[in-house]
Design a protein around this ligand. Structure first.
Ligand SMILES: *Cc1c(COP(=O)(O)O)cnc(C)c1O
Length: 360
């Protein structure tokens, strides 16, 4: 079976470097809030040309810490999309705020800025755009809308490490940006991990306190915080992988281009907005008979996944935030993610294409 993604292949690709890094952490005796984390935070911030990075336990926590650090609280509304990992919405609720959903753009599947006005209320405090599948949102109209109404912009970059909008990396547009290092992400740890990025030293300091009991010094909580830290082992693994991120993304792009060239006449392919550098966390096809296609591909030895089978606003836990989101709902019926990860071989990609063309 050709897998949709496989973190094991990522480990194997950098095994020697990773083993060495892990060993050195094990032998250092320093496992939490140590030199690996400090170094990774510096390197990840530098990769984005920003001053501050704060490592946390996972991507959901990165969003929650960001929201709380931005002063978002109970009674506040945060505009976001329902076409996303449920984590985006979980974090808003964990911060005590209320998610207000807008639909996504019919071609690019990212937040449709033309719908912000209808979702806005005097309680709106922030916009949380999600750079879904590895493609940046159209940030200019989002930033303009936010500026005009004095809203914060918190970017969800969990699927878009290294993606660009008008030549600038995602994560550098809002007040703060949030990343996940879940093992299958474009930059993945060997376990859970996450981080926030910001240019604002005050926000960064607040995030640092929030992730570790509100401590500015040991045992003294200056604000109410909790425990959400990126540990030394994961930080060391991420330091090995970060220098390979651009090459890994280039490989994803090459494979995506191969798929698009081969499938263009027969399938509804992912579109890339002209101002975007898409890093193809996922290669998302659309097909009217999606379930049948998925079943057929499985019979041909090709694993695919659906992102996402039930949009957040239709999931039992969240129906109270429901509104009609036709593009989001169509995607839930039609989207299919093909195998795509840097170690996928040309032969495997060709086998995926052959199986798809057999169905068409
Ligand atoms: C993966 C993901 C998250 C959450 O990250 P975790 O590390 O799994 O908590 C948030 N938002 C999006 C869009 C994601 O894809």
């Amino acid at each position: 079976m050709i897998p949709c993604s496989t973190p094991l292949a990522q480990y194997e690709a950098y095994r020697d470097e990773i083993d060495l890094a892990v060993r050195s952490v094990l032998e250092s005796g320093h496992y939490i809030l140590g030199p690996q984390l400090t170094a990774f935070e510096k390197e990840f911030a530098h990769y984005h040309g920003l001053a501050h990075c704060v490592g946390v336990a996972n991507g959901t926590d990165a969003l929650q810490v960001a929201l709380v650090a931005c002063g978002i609280q109970a009674g506040d509304e945060v505009i976001t999309v329902a076409h996303t990992a449920v984590a985006t919405v979980t974090a808003i609720l964990q911060a005590g705020a209320t998610p207000v959903f807008v639909d996504v753009h019919p071609d690019f599947y990212t937040l449709d800025a033309s719908q912000l006005e209808a979702a806005y209320s005097p309680r709106t405090k922030a916009i949380l755009p999600v750079h879904i599948y590895g493609q940046a949102c159209d940030m200019d109209p989002i930033l303009q809308f936010a500026r005009e109404r004095n809203l914060q912009v918190i970017e969800d970059c969990a699927q878009a490490h290294g993606a660009t909008y008008k030549g600038k990396k995602v994560g550098t547009f809002g007040q703060v940006a949030c990343f996940s290092f879940y093992p299958t992400k474009n930059l993945g740890a060997l376990g859970d991990g996450g981080a926030l990025l910001t240019a604002d030293p005050v926000l960064a300091e607040k995030a640092r306190l929030l992730r570790s009991y509100g401590w500015a010094e040991r045992y003294i909580s200056h604000i109410h915080g909790w425990n959400s830290r990126l540990d030394e082992l994961q930080a060391a693994v991420l330091r090995v992988k970060l220098p390979h991120l651009d090459a890994d993304n280039a490989r994803r792009q090459k494979l995506a281009y191969f798929y698009s060239q081969a499938l263009g006449k027969t399938f509804s392919l992912p579109k890339v907005a002209p101002e975007n550098g898409h890093v193809f966390h996922l290669y998302a096809l659309r097909h009217q008979r999606r379930n049948e296609l998925q079943e057929f591909l499985r019979s041909q030895g090709v694993q695919t996944l659906v992102h996402y089978p039930v949009p957040v606003h239709l999931q039992p836990a969240y129906t109270r935030f429901g509104r009609s989101l036709p593009v989001t709902e169509a995607l839930a019926r039609e989207e299919l993610s093909l195998p795509l990860f840097p170690q996928l071989t040309e032969d495997e990609a060709q086998a995926v294409v052959s199986a798809l063309l057999k169905f068409a």
